[in-house]
Write a protein that binds this ligand. Structure first.
Ligand code: PLP
Length: 379
């Protein structure tokens, strides 16, 4: 049971958008564009710790132009999803794992950690407030975006002493389209995402804008995504822009799912971890080992690396059809979605949608346990 009560300052029923307006806004939910009507807000100060937890109408903030988060990038975020089950319930997928990673990211940026229970309570409170925004369509879900930033107006180069946590939600369709056709990827040797000792393992805002230029470079080479190589040698494949990567290694009767080890320069994805578990359930071997870009090409050409796919909360499992690098390119398999990628995608989304038993305890019901007066206390 969390001690922190979340005050209910949701819009009165009469001030919420109509069902018709809701349908119109959700007609084409391009990623990141259809935000819901509420958000959760918490504050942290040195003296009081976390306080002022509330669910409030979504809207602009008033912040100090000199705030630390804006100037020095003390900003961390998360991304997780809520799904509608056939029985009408909304569930969160592994919110405690996202909460734990949010705390890890905060620690890396010298920020206060939000207790995981409070993180999960905030997520449940928002899903309850915006319950009717949780889509019924199987290809859709509610994407939750927790974010924390330093708010105190002190331009001295030091960690903030005041923070704000916000939790937003948006309606989303699968990131690369409903049935996720294979993507093409550009292996950048010009830019790096993360160096040893840096922040590649944290979900901090500063990791993402530097990737935009590489993303433009990928587009110039006809690719949809960047695949990042290690910063020191530009040789080892690490991950994608916002997704981890897997290869399907076939040796005779045996199939192994291979993914790079968590060296600190790539993001420890909750989807990555889930797929490692589900792959074992499916009877595959799994291996966390470094894969060089050269090996990816060579093993694809011998047929050993039969498939490759990217994975993350937004995109679930997305097959990779083509790889382009400076002076070379190759097609993965026959360039279409392979059977193992499809099987892993189904294994994951079936758990998320409640179509198979939740054997690993990954789903958390978003409905509240109880409500007390004007306050909602979630356990
Ligand atoms: C969020 C993210 C991932 C995927 O993590 P999930 O927990 O599976 O959503 C992978 N790589 C990067 C760089 C990310 O930001």
């Amino acid at each position: 049971m969390t001690e922190l009560a979340i005050a209910d300052r949701t819009l009165p029923a009469g001030d919420r958008i109509t069902d018709d307006e809701l349908r119109t806004r959700c007609a084409r939910p391009a990623f990141g564009r259809v935000l819901t009507e509420h958000m959760v807000s918490l504050r942290w100060t040195v003296d009081r710790g976390w306080h002022d937890a509330e669910v409030v109408p979504y809207g602009p903030l008033s912040v100090d132009p000199a705030m630390v988060g804006l100037h020095y990038g003390q900003v961390v975020f998360e991304g997780m999803k809520a799904f509608r089950h056939a029985d009408g319930h909304a569930v969160l997928f592994r919110p405690h794992d996202h909460g734990a990673r949010f705390a890890d990211s905060a620690r890396r940026l010298a920020m206060p950690e939000l207790p995981v229970d409070t993180f999960v309570a905030a997520a449940r409170a928002l899903v309850r407030a915006d319950e009717r925004w949780v889509p019924f369509e199987p290809a859709r879900s509610l994407y939750l975006r927790p974010i924390m930033f330093a708010t105190d107006p002190v331009l001295a180069l030091a960690p903030g002493r005041e923070y704000r946590f916000l939790l937003l939600a948006m309606v989303t369709e699968n990131f690369f389209g409903a049935d996720s056709p294979p993507v093409s990827v550009w292996a950048s040797t010009r830019y790096s995402r993360a160096a040893p000792g840096g922040t590649g393992g944290a979900k901090c805002a500063g990791n993402y804008a530097p990737a935009f230029l590489a993303q433009q470079e990928a587009a110039e080479h006809g690719c949809q995504q960047v695949v990042w190589l290690d910063a020191a040698e530009h040789r080892w494949v690490e991950e994608m822009g916002g997704m981890n990567i897997f290869w399907v290694h076939v040796q005779g009767e045996e199939t192994t799912l291979v993914t790079p080890p968590l060296t600190g320069t790539l993001l420890p994805g909750v989807t990555r971890r889930s797929l490692l578990t589900l792959a074992r359930d499916e009877g595959f071997r799994v291996e966390e080992r470094p894969v060089a870009l050269d090996d990816w090409q060579r093993l694809t050409e011998t047929g050993a690396f039969a498939e490759a796919f990217a994975c993350g909360t937004a995109a679930a499992v997305t097959p990779i059809g083509r790889v382009v690098a400076e002076g070379r390119e190759w097609t993965v398999g026959d360039g279409t979605a392979g059977p193992v990628s499809a099987r892993m995608r189904t294994a994951l989304t079936d758990v998320q949608r409640g179509l198979v038993p939740d054997r690993h305890g990954w789903l958390v019901n978003a409905a509240p346990d109880e409500s007390k007066g004007g306050f909602l206390t979630f356990g």
